[in-house]
Ligand binder design. Structure first.
Ligand code: SF4
Length: 77
């Protein structure tokens, strides 16, 4: 599965837990906001763990092929 990663800059508070969880995918820019590296180098599992670790839900993950939302999980019903 290929994952499309989006960081919502307005939500990011620079806590850096995503960088700890997936250091080859996320880094903090000079404004202390998370950015995605050009070639994300972590497993999908690590990227999902990073997104889940974000305290402000600033990381959105979509399945690149199907376009389905992976995280945050969409509530049904
Ligand atoms: S964990 Fe969330 S708030 Fe912290 S740096 Fe990453 S995106 Fe920003």
């Amino acid at each position: 599965m290929k994952v499309k990663i989006t960081v919502i800059r307005d939500l990011c508070i620079g806590a850096g837990t995503c960088v700890v969880q997936a250091p080859n995918t996320f880094e903090l820019d000079n404004e202390n906001i998370a950015i995605v590296k050009d070639i994300p180098g972590d497993s999908v599992q690590a990227i999902i763990a990073a997104a889940k670790s974000c305290p402000t839900l600033a990381i959105i993950l979509d399945d690149e092929e199907t376009g389905k939302r992976i995280w945050p999980e969409e509530k049904e019903g």
